[in-house]
Design a binder for this molecule. Structure first.
Ligand code: SF4
Ligand code: SF4
Ligand code: SF4
Length: 313
């Protein structure tokens, strides 16, 4: 990378900080980036409170407070290109699961009825108020580039920054996690759904073939498939594939249940019901995005409410 230095702003909204850590996780490649980039506003590296004019703006996290909204709008005004960086920014992320509950229920759970916090203080006077919902950033500002992942893998971070710095097309695929997984998807004889702690899965065979739910086939590969290649089923942290997002009637639970039923002796309806009962897990990373929430097959609030009322089949 060479030539005139690119001015970079970053900011974090409602998030865990992991995406900013991932930027540093470029290891020695960060030196290549720093040759070409001047870092300006960046909450983990600089103490610049305002938002200087910049070529690239990286936003991590989603919008849950007035502060988040203000920061996103300021970044949009000052940055030529905005990257929604990480699953929280792109789809709302894990805390998007707050969609399943009202703001008051969340505050009650975290502050009033939590044995490890003081129950007489609700932090609404000194910090900006919690918004009603978690909002992915492109519902508030225009976004130019999306880089999902929780956090994105350094390979994809470097590629996306290099793409912008070198002004070229990105070399990334839209493959699912399965494309990088070494496990064989073969017909198995599992007759019941297994939970993570049930038995020891064969590490050469697809989790689905063995009766374990794995979201690799409905998840975009922005991670190089570390989980299934190291003994853990994919939970979908990089967000859904383009097919799931763009085709109205394709849904995470219907896709996985159809595929898993073909690979086992378990019928698709049983798997679908299981996916609904565990919807908070299966949809954890992307339930706040309208692309998932507005699907005709999607009734997550009802599924969760039915489970909590003990009436889900
Ligand atoms: S996408 Fe994941 S790593 Fe990044 S801020 Fe959100 S929770 Fe943290
Ligand atoms: S479903 Fe999971 S275990 Fe099976 S091939 Fe895909 S990523 Fe691998
Ligand atoms: S394999 Fe799945 S859960 Fe693991 S990092 Fe990739 S997307 Fe996330």
């Amino acid at each position: 990378m060479s030539g005139e230095k690119i001015r970079l702003n970053t900011d974090w909204l409602c998030d865990c900080g992991g995406c900013h850590v991932a930027l540093v996780d470029l290891h020695e490649k960060i030196l290549n980036v720093l040759e070409s980039v001047t870092i300006q506003h960046c909450p983990v590296l600089t103490d610049i409170k305002d938002y200087p004019e910049a070529d690239i703006g990286i936003l991590t996290g989603s919008i849950r407070t007035e502060h988040d909204r203000h920061a996103a709008e300021e970044m949009r005004k000052k940055c030529k290109t905005i990257i929604a960086f990480g699953t929280c920014a792109v789809y709302g992320g894990l805390h998007g699961a707050g969609l399943a509950h009202s703001r008051e229920e969340i505050i009650d759970h975290v502050y009033r009825h939590n044995p490890t916090t003081r129950t007489d203080i609700i932090p609404d006077a000194e910090v900006t108020e919690l918004a009603k919902m978690v909002t992915p950033i492109d519902e508030v500002i225009d976004v130019d580039l999306y880089l999902p992942g929780c956090p994105p893998h350094p390979h994809f971070i470097f590629e996306s920054l290099a793409t912008l710095i070198e002004k070229r097309q990105p070399r990334v695929t839209q493959d699912p996690v399965c494309a990088r997984c070494q496990r064989a998807m073969i017909k198995g004889d599992a007759s019941a759904i297994r939970n993570t702690l049930d038995g020891v899965p064969d590490d050469a065979i697809c989790f689905l073939s063995q009766g374990y739910v794995c979201l690799g086939s409905v998840t975009l590969d922005r991670c190089l498939a570390p989980c299934p290649n190291h003994g853990v089923a994919c939970t979908g942290c990089a967000g859904p594939t383009m097919q799931i997002l763009t085709e109205p009637n394709r849904d995470i639970r219907t896709e996985v249940s159809d595929r898993m039923s073909r690979l086992t002796a378990i019928d698709a309806e049983t798997i679908k019901r299981h996916m609904e009962r565990t919807a908070k897990t299966q949809y954890a990373y992307a339930m706040a995005t309208k692309m998932i929430g507005s699907k005709p097959t999607f009734l997550i609030r009802k599924w969760i409410a039915d489970v909590e009322a003990g009436t889900h089949g």
